[in-house]
Write a protein that binds this ligand. Structure first.
Ligand SMILES: [Zn+2]
Length: 294
Protein backbone atom coordinates (compact mmCIF):
# COMPACT_ATOMS: atom_id res chain seq x y z
CA UNK A 1 0.00 0.00 0.00
CA UNK A 2 1.07 3.54 -0.68
CA UNK A 3 0.17 6.43 1.61
CA UNK A 4 -0.70 9.66 -0.18
CA UNK A 5 0.84 12.50 1.85
CA UNK A 6 -0.26 15.51 -0.15
CA UNK A 7 -3.59 16.26 -1.81
CA UNK A 8 -3.37 15.64 -5.57
CA UNK A 9 -5.10 18.93 -6.28
CA UNK A 10 -4.09 21.55 -3.69
CA UNK A 11 -1.04 19.95 -2.02
CA UNK A 12 -2.47 20.15 1.52
CA UNK A 13 -1.46 17.39 3.95
CA UNK A 14 -4.50 17.71 6.17
CA UNK A 15 -7.21 15.10 5.56
CA UNK A 16 -10.19 13.63 7.36
CA UNK A 17 -11.91 10.28 6.81
CA UNK A 18 -14.87 10.52 4.45
CA UNK A 19 -15.93 6.87 4.51
CA UNK A 20 -14.59 3.36 5.07
CA UNK A 21 -15.89 0.89 2.52
CA UNK A 22 -14.59 -2.22 0.85
CA UNK A 23 -13.66 -3.97 -2.33
CA UNK A 24 -16.92 -5.81 -3.02
CA UNK A 25 -15.75 -7.52 -6.20
CA UNK A 26 -12.35 -9.13 -5.71
CA UNK A 27 -10.53 -8.98 -2.37
CA UNK A 28 -13.30 -7.94 0.10
CA UNK A 29 -10.61 -5.83 1.87
CA UNK A 30 -11.48 -2.54 3.58
CA UNK A 31 -10.32 0.78 2.14
CA UNK A 32 -10.61 4.37 3.31
CA UNK A 33 -11.58 7.42 1.29
CA UNK A 34 -10.26 10.68 2.75
CA UNK A 35 -11.39 14.24 2.16
CA UNK A 36 -8.80 16.99 1.82
CA UNK A 37 -9.45 19.73 4.37
CA UNK A 38 -7.88 22.26 2.03
CA UNK A 39 -10.02 21.75 -1.08
CA UNK A 40 -12.58 19.01 -0.35
CA UNK A 41 -11.09 16.59 -2.89
CA UNK A 42 -11.85 12.94 -2.04
CA UNK A 43 -9.39 10.14 -2.77
CA UNK A 44 -8.53 6.59 -1.75
CA UNK A 45 -5.84 6.68 0.93
CA UNK A 46 -3.80 4.56 1.44
CA UNK A 47 -4.07 3.16 -2.05
CA UNK A 48 -2.54 0.10 -3.77
CA UNK A 49 0.85 0.73 -5.34
CA UNK A 50 1.17 0.42 -9.13
CA UNK A 51 2.38 -3.15 -8.71
CA UNK A 52 -0.44 -4.11 -6.36
CA UNK A 53 -3.23 -2.56 -8.44
CA UNK A 54 -3.45 -5.32 -11.06
CA UNK A 55 -4.60 -7.92 -8.56
CA UNK A 56 -7.69 -5.84 -7.73
CA UNK A 57 -8.96 -5.86 -11.31
CA UNK A 58 -11.28 -8.66 -12.39
CA UNK A 59 -9.31 -10.06 -15.26
CA UNK A 60 -10.70 -10.63 -18.72
CA UNK A 61 -14.26 -9.95 -17.77
CA UNK A 62 -15.99 -8.75 -20.89
CA UNK A 63 -19.38 -9.43 -22.37
CA UNK A 64 -18.54 -10.74 -25.82
CA UNK A 65 -19.98 -8.92 -28.82
CA UNK A 66 -20.71 -12.12 -30.65
CA UNK A 67 -22.89 -13.38 -27.83
CA UNK A 68 -26.47 -13.62 -28.92
CA UNK A 69 -28.25 -11.71 -26.20
CA UNK A 70 -30.30 -14.27 -24.33
CA UNK A 71 -31.83 -12.84 -21.22
CA UNK A 72 -33.57 -9.54 -20.68
CA UNK A 73 -30.68 -8.15 -18.63
CA UNK A 74 -28.17 -8.74 -21.42
CA UNK A 75 -30.54 -7.45 -24.09
CA UNK A 76 -31.06 -4.26 -22.10
CA UNK A 77 -27.33 -3.98 -21.49
CA UNK A 78 -26.54 -4.23 -25.22
CA UNK A 79 -29.24 -1.70 -26.08
CA UNK A 80 -28.03 0.78 -23.46
CA UNK A 81 -24.48 0.28 -24.73
CA UNK A 82 -25.59 1.19 -28.24
CA UNK A 83 -27.47 4.29 -27.11
CA UNK A 84 -24.54 5.37 -24.91
CA UNK A 85 -22.09 5.14 -27.82
CA UNK A 86 -24.43 7.24 -29.95
CA UNK A 87 -24.80 9.83 -27.16
CA UNK A 88 -21.02 10.03 -26.74
CA UNK A 89 -20.52 10.45 -30.47
CA UNK A 90 -23.20 13.15 -30.68
CA UNK A 91 -21.40 15.11 -27.98
CA UNK A 92 -18.12 14.89 -29.88
CA UNK A 93 -19.77 16.00 -33.12
CA UNK A 94 -21.16 19.09 -31.36
CA UNK A 95 -17.60 20.42 -31.47
CA UNK A 96 -16.05 18.98 -34.64
CA UNK A 97 -17.57 17.08 -37.55
CA UNK A 98 -14.33 15.16 -38.05
CA UNK A 99 -10.66 15.34 -37.07
CA UNK A 100 -8.26 13.40 -34.88
CA UNK A 101 -9.51 11.71 -31.76
CA UNK A 102 -7.66 9.90 -28.98
CA UNK A 103 -9.59 7.62 -26.58
CA UNK A 104 -7.59 6.85 -23.46
CA UNK A 105 -8.76 3.52 -22.02
CA UNK A 106 -10.68 2.62 -25.18
CA UNK A 107 -11.57 -0.91 -24.03
CA UNK A 108 -12.89 -3.04 -26.86
CA UNK A 109 -13.03 0.01 -29.12
CA UNK A 110 -16.77 0.33 -29.79
CA UNK A 111 -16.77 4.09 -29.37
CA UNK A 112 -13.72 4.59 -31.61
CA UNK A 113 -15.27 2.26 -34.17
CA UNK A 114 -18.27 4.60 -34.36
CA UNK A 115 -15.90 7.59 -34.83
CA UNK A 116 -14.01 5.69 -37.52
CA UNK A 117 -17.22 5.13 -39.46
CA UNK A 118 -17.82 8.90 -39.32
CA UNK A 119 -14.43 9.58 -40.91
CA UNK A 120 -12.47 10.47 -37.80
CA UNK A 121 -8.81 9.55 -37.56
CA UNK A 122 -8.75 7.48 -34.41
CA UNK A 123 -6.19 6.32 -31.91
CA UNK A 124 -6.78 4.29 -28.77
CA UNK A 125 -4.84 3.43 -25.64
CA UNK A 126 -5.77 0.29 -23.73
CA UNK A 127 -3.60 -1.54 -21.19
CA UNK A 128 -5.79 -4.69 -21.06
CA UNK A 129 -4.51 -7.23 -23.60
CA UNK A 130 -7.88 -8.95 -23.98
CA UNK A 131 -9.76 -5.73 -24.69
CA UNK A 132 -7.03 -4.47 -27.02
CA UNK A 133 -7.12 -7.68 -29.03
CA UNK A 134 -10.86 -7.31 -29.55
CA UNK A 135 -10.46 -3.67 -30.59
CA UNK A 136 -7.84 -4.60 -33.16
CA UNK A 137 -9.46 -7.79 -34.44
CA UNK A 138 -13.11 -6.72 -34.46
CA UNK A 139 -12.71 -3.11 -35.54
CA UNK A 140 -9.23 -2.93 -37.08
CA UNK A 141 -8.32 -0.03 -34.79
CA UNK A 142 -4.97 1.56 -34.05
CA UNK A 143 -4.59 0.82 -30.33
CA UNK A 144 -1.50 1.14 -28.17
CA UNK A 145 -0.75 -0.67 -24.95
CA UNK A 146 1.41 1.95 -23.30
CA UNK A 147 -0.39 4.42 -21.10
CA UNK A 148 2.62 6.75 -21.21
CA UNK A 149 1.13 9.75 -22.98
CA UNK A 150 4.56 11.31 -23.50
CA UNK A 151 5.21 8.70 -26.15
CA UNK A 152 2.40 9.94 -28.36
CA UNK A 153 2.92 12.61 -30.94
CA UNK A 154 0.68 14.83 -32.96
CA UNK A 155 -2.26 16.95 -32.09
CA UNK A 156 -5.75 15.75 -31.33
CA UNK A 157 -8.98 17.70 -31.67
CA UNK A 158 -10.70 15.53 -29.09
CA UNK A 159 -9.32 13.43 -26.25
CA UNK A 160 -11.83 11.26 -24.44
CA UNK A 161 -11.63 9.33 -21.18
CA UNK A 162 -14.83 7.43 -20.44
CA UNK A 163 -14.67 6.40 -16.78
CA UNK A 164 -10.89 6.18 -16.88
CA UNK A 165 -9.46 9.23 -15.08
CA UNK A 166 -10.48 7.83 -11.68
CA UNK A 167 -8.15 4.86 -12.37
CA UNK A 168 -4.90 6.59 -13.39
CA UNK A 169 -2.03 6.60 -10.90
CA UNK A 170 -0.43 9.78 -12.26
CA UNK A 171 -3.35 12.17 -12.02
CA UNK A 172 -1.59 15.51 -12.54
CA UNK A 173 0.74 14.20 -15.24
CA UNK A 174 -2.18 12.73 -17.14
CA UNK A 175 -4.08 16.02 -17.21
CA UNK A 176 -1.01 18.04 -18.19
CA UNK A 177 -0.12 15.56 -20.97
CA UNK A 178 -3.68 15.78 -22.28
CA UNK A 179 -3.26 19.53 -22.56
CA UNK A 180 -0.06 19.12 -24.57
CA UNK A 181 -1.69 16.65 -26.95
CA UNK A 182 -4.72 18.83 -27.70
CA UNK A 183 -4.93 21.27 -30.59
CA UNK A 184 -5.44 24.96 -29.69
CA UNK A 185 -9.23 24.65 -29.73
CA UNK A 186 -9.24 20.96 -28.83
CA UNK A 187 -11.56 19.54 -26.19
CA UNK A 188 -10.98 17.05 -23.38
CA UNK A 189 -14.12 15.01 -22.74
CA UNK A 190 -13.97 13.31 -19.36
CA UNK A 191 -16.64 11.07 -17.79
CA UNK A 192 -16.39 10.18 -14.10
CA UNK A 193 -18.77 9.16 -11.29
CA UNK A 194 -20.14 12.00 -9.19
CA UNK A 195 -19.62 11.73 -5.44
CA UNK A 196 -22.39 14.27 -4.81
CA UNK A 197 -25.12 12.39 -6.68
CA UNK A 198 -28.28 11.21 -4.92
CA UNK A 199 -27.37 7.53 -5.36
CA UNK A 200 -24.00 8.17 -3.70
CA UNK A 201 -25.74 9.92 -0.82
CA UNK A 202 -28.37 7.17 -0.55
CA UNK A 203 -26.12 4.08 -0.71
CA UNK A 204 -23.22 5.53 1.33
CA UNK A 205 -20.53 2.84 1.79
CA UNK A 206 -22.43 0.50 -0.53
CA UNK A 207 -22.31 2.94 -3.44
CA UNK A 208 -20.93 0.88 -6.32
CA UNK A 209 -19.20 3.81 -8.01
CA UNK A 210 -16.70 4.04 -5.13
CA UNK A 211 -15.37 0.83 -6.71
CA UNK A 212 -12.55 0.44 -4.19
CA UNK A 213 -9.66 0.27 -4.46
CA UNK A 214 -9.40 0.64 -8.25
CA UNK A 215 -11.07 4.08 -8.19
CA UNK A 216 -8.27 6.17 -6.76
CA UNK A 217 -10.20 9.47 -6.91
CA UNK A 218 -13.83 10.33 -6.18
CA UNK A 219 -14.69 13.49 -8.05
CA UNK A 220 -17.36 16.13 -7.66
CA UNK A 221 -18.03 18.84 -10.24
CA UNK A 222 -16.06 21.30 -8.09
CA UNK A 223 -13.00 19.09 -7.59
CA UNK A 224 -12.61 17.96 -11.20
CA UNK A 225 -13.02 21.56 -12.37
CA UNK A 226 -10.31 22.68 -9.91
CA UNK A 227 -7.98 19.94 -11.16
CA UNK A 228 -8.39 20.94 -14.81
CA UNK A 229 -8.18 24.67 -14.05
CA UNK A 230 -4.86 24.02 -12.35
CA UNK A 231 -3.60 22.65 -15.69
CA UNK A 232 -4.87 25.49 -17.87
CA UNK A 233 -8.35 24.34 -18.78
CA UNK A 234 -11.79 25.80 -18.29
CA UNK A 235 -15.08 23.95 -18.03
CA UNK A 236 -17.14 24.37 -21.18
CA UNK A 237 -20.06 22.00 -20.73
CA UNK A 238 -21.41 19.15 -18.61
CA UNK A 239 -23.79 16.35 -19.47
CA UNK A 240 -25.39 13.82 -17.13
CA UNK A 241 -25.19 10.10 -17.90
CA UNK A 242 -28.76 9.08 -17.17
CA UNK A 243 -28.34 5.31 -17.55
CA UNK A 244 -25.50 5.11 -15.05
CA UNK A 245 -27.79 5.89 -12.12
CA UNK A 246 -29.80 2.69 -12.74
CA UNK A 247 -26.76 0.50 -13.30
CA UNK A 248 -24.94 1.88 -10.25
CA UNK A 249 -28.08 1.57 -8.10
CA UNK A 250 -28.45 -2.07 -9.14
CA UNK A 251 -24.85 -2.90 -8.22
CA UNK A 252 -25.17 -0.92 -4.97
CA UNK A 253 -28.34 -2.85 -4.06
CA UNK A 254 -26.38 -6.04 -4.66
CA UNK A 255 -23.59 -4.86 -2.35
CA UNK A 256 -26.12 -3.90 0.29
CA UNK A 257 -28.59 -6.78 0.14
CA UNK A 258 -27.04 -9.48 -2.03
CA UNK A 259 -29.77 -8.95 -4.62
CA UNK A 260 -30.05 -6.58 -7.62
CA UNK A 261 -33.61 -5.52 -6.63
CA UNK A 262 -34.53 -4.29 -10.11
CA UNK A 263 -37.63 -2.35 -9.11
CA UNK A 264 -35.95 -0.53 -6.23
CA UNK A 265 -32.91 0.22 -8.39
CA UNK A 266 -35.17 1.80 -10.98
CA UNK A 267 -36.81 3.94 -8.30
CA UNK A 268 -33.50 5.11 -6.78
CA UNK A 269 -32.01 5.62 -10.25
CA UNK A 270 -35.01 7.74 -11.24
CA UNK A 271 -34.79 9.86 -8.09
CA UNK A 272 -31.07 10.34 -8.79
CA UNK A 273 -31.82 11.52 -12.33
CA UNK A 274 -34.54 13.82 -10.98
CA UNK A 275 -31.99 15.41 -8.62
CA UNK A 276 -29.54 15.55 -11.53
CA UNK A 277 -31.95 17.55 -13.64
CA UNK A 278 -33.45 19.84 -11.01
CA UNK A 279 -30.76 20.40 -8.36
CA UNK A 280 -27.06 21.16 -8.06
CA UNK A 281 -26.34 17.64 -6.82
CA UNK A 282 -25.70 16.43 -10.36
CA UNK A 283 -26.15 13.00 -11.96
CA UNK A 284 -24.70 9.64 -10.87
CA UNK A 285 -22.01 10.12 -13.52
CA UNK A 286 -21.17 13.24 -15.45
CA UNK A 287 -19.38 14.00 -18.70
CA UNK A 288 -17.25 17.15 -18.48
CA UNK A 289 -15.99 19.01 -21.53
CA UNK A 290 -12.87 21.07 -20.86
CA UNK A 291 -11.13 23.44 -23.24
CA UNK A 292 -7.79 25.21 -23.03
CA UNK A 293 -7.89 28.57 -21.28
CA UNK A 294 -7.10 31.19 -23.86
ZN1 LIG B 1 -6.77 19.48 -1.50
Amino acid sequence: MEVVKYCHICGSSSFETHIVSKDFSVSKEDFTIVKCKGCNFHFTNPRPSVKELAKYYISDHYISHNNTSKNLFEKTYQLVRKITIRTKYNLVSDFFKSGRILDIGCGTGDFLHKCNKKNWKTKGIEPSAVARKQAVENHNLDVEESTDLRKLNGEFDIITMWHVLEHVTELNNTVSEIRKLLSADGKAIIAVPNLESFDSYYYKKFWAAYDLPIHLYHFSKTSITKLFEKHGFSLKKTKGMKFDSFYVSMLSEEHKTGNKNFLKSIIIGSISNFFGIFTKRGFSSTIYVFEKTK
